[in-house]
Design a protein around this ligand. Structure first.
Ligand SMILES: [Zn+2]
Ligand SMILES: [Zn+2]
Length: 298
């Protein structure tokens, strides 16, 4: 399976965990954010948490190895040396052809310049939408700005860039690899895991993926969803289902390669749960859910 569990401490909160094959010629490169301070509250009432274990949030980059090679996202700046070294191993002397950045946030795009310096032949691929392209120092002659439906032919495989069904940022794109039907949903469908589960797929974990578990992460990443209309949410989940993904590969969760539709239904329940809440008390709800106990907010 190409699992490499060599751990390299990145210092403090961050641990480099390794790489693993998600589908033929697609690998994730993973670091974990271990027990961020916001998560240190009493979490024992969570329906998936086992007492005494540490809670992690994944940070995944994805590498596609075909006649042309592509990296989707860059890990956090803390992992700059690690991601370059790991890419050198994965490429084994070949060029990195494309570096696709899902959106310009530090934990997704933070190593863009280190990677382009190490692999200067790579074409930077960024979303066309938005007006902050100076963040990437886009060179319009050399870089690619893509929009919904644009594709890159990698050889046997093709990737397609999609407008996100659920936006976490105005300049985010999703990506789909059309041979394995892997859908890279960036922040959408993220969820935490416990130590020991870092390299596992969702179906391999001891603890279940529940709607509460999805809600805990996604209600923070998609705060605006609290104002969403429930019918519009159903419609949007339907549009993700219509893409017929075989595998969901999120940036901050474990890869879902079984029962994808059921996981999307759990996500629908999760969103309904928090878009149902009276906006006046929403902050109490999210803090309580986060802490795993009732929080009084004055
Ligand atoms: Zn993110
Ligand atoms: Zn982990």
């Amino acid at each position: 399976m190409g699992i490499d569990t060599t751990e390299q401490e990145l210092g403090g909160l961050f641990t480099y965990e390794g790489t693993r094959e998600v589908a033929d010629r697609i690998q994730f490169i993973k670091e974990c954010i271990c027990g961020p301070p916001a998560y240190e509250a009493d979490v024992e009432s969570l329906d998936w948490y086992e007492e005494g274990r540490q809670i992690h949030v994944s940070q995944n980059a994805y590498f596609i190895d075909d006649e042309k090679t592509l990296l989707f996202d860059t890990l956090t700046p803390v992992g700059d040396r690690v991601v370059v070294e790991r890419l050198e191993e994965l490429l084994d002397g070949r060029d990195l052809d494309y570096l696709a950045i899902s959106h310009p946030e530090a934990n997704h795009a933070g190593n863009t310049w280190d990677i382009l310096e190490a692999f200067p032949e790579a074409t930077l691929v960024a979303p066309k939408r938005g007006s902050h392209h100076e963040m990437f120092e886009i060179d319009k002659d050399e870089d690619m700005l893509v929009e919904d439906g644009d594709t890159i032919d990698l050889g046997e495989r093709e990737v397609e860039f999609l407008e996100p069904v659920f936006y976490d940022h105005a300049m985010t794109f999703w990506m789909r690899e059309t041979t394995s039907d892997t859908l890279f949903t960036v922040d959408f469908m993220g969820f935490e895991h416990m130590d020991g589960e870092c390299m596992q797929f969702a179906d391999e974990m001891d603890s279940p993926v529940t709607s509460g578990r999805l809600e805990r992460f996604n209600s923070y990443a998609f705060v605006w969803l609290r104002y969403a209309d429930e019918d519009a949410v159903d419609d949007a989940i339907g549009r993700v289902l219509d893409l017929e993904p075989e595998i969901i590969a999120p940036a901050h969760g474990q890869v879902i390669r079984k029962d994808v539709d059921e996981h999307l239904e759990l996500m629908r329940d999760a969103i309904h749960n928090f878009c149902d809440i009276d906006p006046e008390t929403y902050h109490v709800h999210t803090h309580t859910m986060r802490a795993g106990r009732q929080v009084d907010v004055v």
